[in-house]
Design a binder for this molecule. Sequence first.
Ligand SMILES: [Zn+2]
Length: 312
Amino acid sequence: MEVYKKEKIENVCIFGGTHGNELSGVYLVRNWLKDGALVQRGSFSTHLVIANPRAVDTCRRYIDRDLNRCYGKGTLGESTNAESPYETKRAQELYHRYLSGAPPDGTTADFLIDLHNTSSAAGNCIIIPYNASPVVLQVCVELIQRLESLFVRVLVLTEQGTVESTAGSCKNTIGVEIGPQHHGTLKTKVYDDMSLIVTTTLDILDQINKGELFPERQLEVYSIHRRYDYPRDEDGQLNGTLHPDFEEKDWQPLKNGDNILRTLDGADIRLENETETVYPCFVGEAAYYEKGLAFWTTLKTILKVEKLPLDD
Ligand SMILES: [Zn+2]
């Protein structure tokens, strides 16, 4: 019974609206707050949270700064006042109330599901920390297998990408990132797929809590490799866009010599300096223009997934 206790998940948090204009998670959380039957399970409590309510109210990604870059130790430890960025204060509040709190005013989540949309053609993507736990990895394997028709892919963040985002804010975290969906809009298929991924994740966690055996196995993942920006002029303004051959080619193999970008005066830019086949993702994501990012490349790798329950 000690093993059972060790893996016990008592509190699951579901964040919608970390980015206020990514509406699938906003509406799922709103609807589950009205009727939570779909997200309640016998073996743990589920907490539903609109993560960035002011950004949701104005249907913007954020008010002052990107909330999903506010979970680093520095930002969480900053002293704040009335002038501080709203998201700095909100990340601290979320962290102390849901992710590292204690009763009666707070809880410490054992598992966090953070809901996002992308305008890119990334499909159904689960984003996990660079140091994902066996529980998170088993959830990924099970989601891929149980939801075969959804073609779920798993993206592994870098260490830096983990520590500043929700991915590093809880001992077990998955980001659910689904597209294409324009920001500020809602698509039925994307909404339904996200709902199914969340409810299936909760089923898996309930089974883990009950001590069911999940064998040791392997998981194919895409690990963040390099970032690529658009061509820009000396003022930082766009001087090019995605190459027409490359649009919506998320996860398609890409090698040196393939067209990726085109300058506004018509010169093709090809991939170079990669040493092996890479797999691009979030190609042309709308929210990344301001971040100096046209797309990521990833490397396909295999992770070993430890069995559950873990041995003592
Ligand atoms: Zn997002």
